[in-house]
Design a binder for this molecule. Structure first.
Ligand code: AMP
Ligand code: MG
Length: 490
């Protein structure tokens, strides 16, 4: 089993991580290998799927060149600072440079205890592993920045949660696992040397074109603010609720990370939250931009000693960047919504047009994904309008808006067919609907039946293609199928 490892994080100072090997498990069995991703990483998918591959993916055998480490980090969880978290159930095997030159972390999640495990068992249950596999790969297929899933394996050992369930390991691939919480870990210890090394490393790894221009810490803050603005705008575009936007789950590379209690909107509701522990709705759908900005403020604070020698000047620089977030987010969100509405040029009133639509959808509880996909058809053929209007409490709620939309569209010279085709690439047919994810997990965990999981992963790999034979996977839940609450993936 050859991984072309080229490990750089393990070269950082020893206090950045703990060297720790995965814990052996009894009977590894491959559930799924992401063959396309494996190919991109120069790995042989057949080998990964073999019994020998299962040993590696379960942590029983270390591939040559792996330097297993658990990363140190801290984090604000639901607003409260925890000075030490760290990889409690994940072990970084090393970094691989993909065919296109991208450097990625290859991490085993659920591979046993580490010095950061606290009371935890270091293990992952099959359900959360499948959930992360399904949702992260769906996000990737929709073009939303995200960590990836390279493989899922069963360990052959039970884990104890609310009940006894099968244990599993996810192989996660990420641009890196550096989080806002990684910076907070060193800031809390007033470890300026570590912060300097980390900022320099993160900037050179993720935003190399911005490095060396004078103020690296400021350049990093700039880029991370922009990346988070873009990311959360993309989430809103697909109806994604992350559910646990703690600073330890905020990746410096701007990828979606940690698919715990995440969920997708069925009907549009800006206040929607699913997580069982998010009592106040801190991480509700439309609150996500505000929380991203809050997390970025925590990031900015960690960089203060590096931004300028003069403290007031450092605060001024950080504040200026953070105050820029709402405008950056608004611009990114407007771009996302324009694409969904089939608008090519930018006009000043576009955000108001979109906001008016969303308010009408919220009022009628219109299905987010279905609405926008039908709107693609209406862009080509206005007789589709009736079909869309039926989604609203009263047809007039749609028709009033659609008149304004058609006037706006008419100001652009674009053939209706071309507009509809472009819109179909901004409006997926298939998102990982919560009830389908739950059903796929249920079949696997209760009946060792992975067919629903495999089918869901396959369909979600082509989210913008109508796949008529599997159209039922695009349907909203029946009342009895609705998922009302999601739980943390521990
Ligand atoms: P998460 O909720 O996945 O973002 O995890 C928050 C923190 O709890 C991280 O430091 C994890 O490593 C740790 N953690 C979560 N589950 C476990 C577990 N089963 N064993 C050890 N540590 C865990
Ligand atoms: Mg986490």
């Amino acid at each position: 089993m050859t991984f072309a490892f080229d490990n750089t994080y393990a070269r950082l100072p020893a206090r950045f991580f703990a060297s720790v090997s995965p814990t052996r498990v009894r009977a590894p069995r491959v559930v799924k290998v992401n063959r396309v991703l494996a190919g991109e990483l120069g790995l042989d998918p057949d080998q990964l799927a073999s019994p020998e591959g299962a040993q590696v993916l379960a942590g029983n055998a270390l591939p040559a060149g792996a330097e297993p480490i658990a990363l140190a980090y801290a984090g604000h969880q639901f607003g409260f600072f925890v000075p030490q978290l760290g990889d409690g159930r994940a072990i970084l095997l090393g970094e691989v440079v993909a065919g296109d030159g991208r450097r990625v972390d290859v991490q085993l999640k659920g591979s046993g205890r580490t010095p950061f495990s606290r009371q935890g068992d270091g293990r992952a249950a099959l359900g959360p592993v499948l959930r992360e596999y399904i949702v992260s790969e769906a996000m990737a297929a929709m073009g939303v920045p995200t960590t990836r899933a390279l493989a899922a394996v069963l360990t052959g050992e039970p884990v104890v949660r609310e009940e006894i369930v099968p244990g599993a390991v996810l192989t996660r691939v990420a641009a890196s696992h550096i989080r806002v919480g990684t910076f907070e870990f060193f800031a809390a210890r007033a470890d300026r040397e570590a912060l300097t090394a980390l900022a320099s490393y993160a900037l050179r790894r993720h935003y190399p074109d911005a490095a060396g221009a004078g103020n690296d810490a400021l350049a990093l803050l700039d880029r991370v603010v922009q990346a988070q603005a873009n990311l959360v705008a993309r989430w809103l575009g697909v109806g994604f609720v992350h559910g646990v936007m703690n600073t330890d789950n905020t990746a410096i590379a701007g990828e979606t990370i940690d698919y715990g209690p995440c969920a997708f909107l069925d009907e549009y509701d800006p206040d929607k939250k699913f997580s069982s522990i998010d009592h106040g709705g801190r991480y509700a759908f439309a609150n996500q931009p505000r929380i991203a900005q809050w997390n970025l403020a925590r990031f900015g604070e960690t960089l203060l000693p590096l931004l300028a020698d003069d403290e007031d000047e450092a605060v001024r620089l950080a504040t200026e960047r953070l105050r820029g977030f709402p405008a950056l987010f608004a611009a990114a969100h407007a771009r996302v919504l324009r694409a969904k509405l089939g608008l090519v040029r930018e006009e000043e009133d576009d955000p108001a047009l979109a906001a008016d639509l969303l308010a009408r959808m919220a009022h009628s509880g219109v299905d987010y994904t279905i609405f926008f996909r039908r709107l693609c058809a209406a862009a080509r053929d206005p007789s589709e309008d009736a079909h869309i209007a039926s989604l609203f409490a009263e047809p007039g709620l749609f028709h009033d808006w659609s008149r304004a939309w058609r006037r706006r569209v008419a100001r652009e010279e674009l053939a209706p067919d071309s507009r509809a085709a472009a819109m179909r690439l901004a409006n997926p047919v298939f998102v990982p609907r919560n009830h389908r994810v739950a059903q796929a997990i249920e079949a696997a965990v209760r009946r060792d039946d992975f067919e629903p999981f495999d089918t869901l992963v396959r369909v979600l790999g082509r989210p913008y293609d109508d796949q008529p034979e599997l159209a039922h996977l695009a349907d909203p839940p029946r009342p009895e199928e609705r998922v009302l609450q999601t739980f943390c993936g521990t």
